[in-house]
Write a new protein. Structure first.
Length: 275
């Protein structure tokens, strides 16, 4: 009897538990949309937070890319400048007919503001072994010579200065003469050229090497006009400098190559065994 009652009780409990489970399942189905609706603001905030973080990351990436792009542009400009400078150096080095001479590139810092003195300042001094009397050229020809040397810069007297003279030769005929500045950036004059001399407009004048101040073979000027005045012994000859003496941004300091004789003398003078 007791066993029968216990069995009946177990059946009733299981039945009631099943009902509770069913009721609980029904309540879960009813309240699932409610829970979802309640979670909606929380989910929305989470998504907005994630979106904000994504936007922040995108903004940071954009700023980083901008910085990198600017750096690349700067490097590109520097590369272009370096390439332009290399090209200019190649032109400058090609200005000389003396392939054994040595050169040092120099930037033009300033031009003289004195209308009666035509000079320029370059950024080479004692440290670059600049020396008084040293020839200075650009990619077209002779610019002038150094007249003052400082620790970091030097003064260059232009070929167009009225006090400047340079021995030249007519490339076509070999005629020797002296070209003197006139104070005009576009004009030189030749001194004491006989009226019978073989020279004409268009002739190229180059350094002759006489006087040992300027190495031979550097272009100086091109003859513009030859006036032979009757009764005068010398012609009036006007020439135009080929170098850009009034607008050069850079020039080259010329270091003359030693001749075999000079090298031999230097070797003897510098040999400590002879002292």
């Amino acid at each position: 009897m007791f066993v029968a009652l216990l069995s009946a009780l177990v059946v009733l409990v299981e039945a009631s538990m099943g009902s509770v489970a069913n009721v609980r399942g029904q309540f879960a189905q009813i309240f699932t949309p409610v829970h979802a609706l309640a979670r909606l603001p929380v989910d929305l905030v989470d998504r907005l937070g994630a979106s904000h973080r994504d936007m922040g990351q995108l903004q940071a990436d954009l700023e980083r890319l901008k910085v990198q792009n600017n750096m690349l542009l700067v490097r590109q400009q520097r590369m272009q400048a370096a390439e332009a400078e290399n090209e200019e150096l190649r032109r400058l080095l090609g200005a000389s007919r003396r392939i054994d001479d040595q050169f040092v590139h120099a930037e033009v810092l300033a031009y003289s503001h004195d209308p009666f003195v035509q000079r320029l300042t370059v950024n080479r001094g004692f440290g670059a072994r600049a020396a008084t009397g040293q020839a200075v050229v650009d990619q077209f020809g002779l610019v002038g010579q150094i007249v003052e040397v400082g620790s970091l810069s030097s003064q260059v007297l232009l070929v167009t200065d009225s006090s400047h003279q340079v021995p030249v030769t007519v490339a076509r005929t070999g005629l020797k003469a002296v070209a003197r500045g006139t104070g005009d950036a576009d004009r030189l004059e030749l001194l004491n050229v006989p009226v019978t001399a073989a020279i004409k407009a268009g002739d190229m004048l180059v350094t002759s090497g006489l006087g040992q101040r300027f190495p031979a073979g550097y272009p100086v000027a091109r003859v513009l006009q030859v006036n032979r005045v009757p009764g005068r012994a010398f012609s009036e000859i006007v020439a135009a400098p080929v170098a850009r003496t009034d607008r050069a941004n850079s020039v080259m300091l010329v270091y003359r190559a030693q001749s075999a004789r000079d090298r031999a003398l230097a070797s003897l003078e510098g040999d400590p065994g002879d002292s």
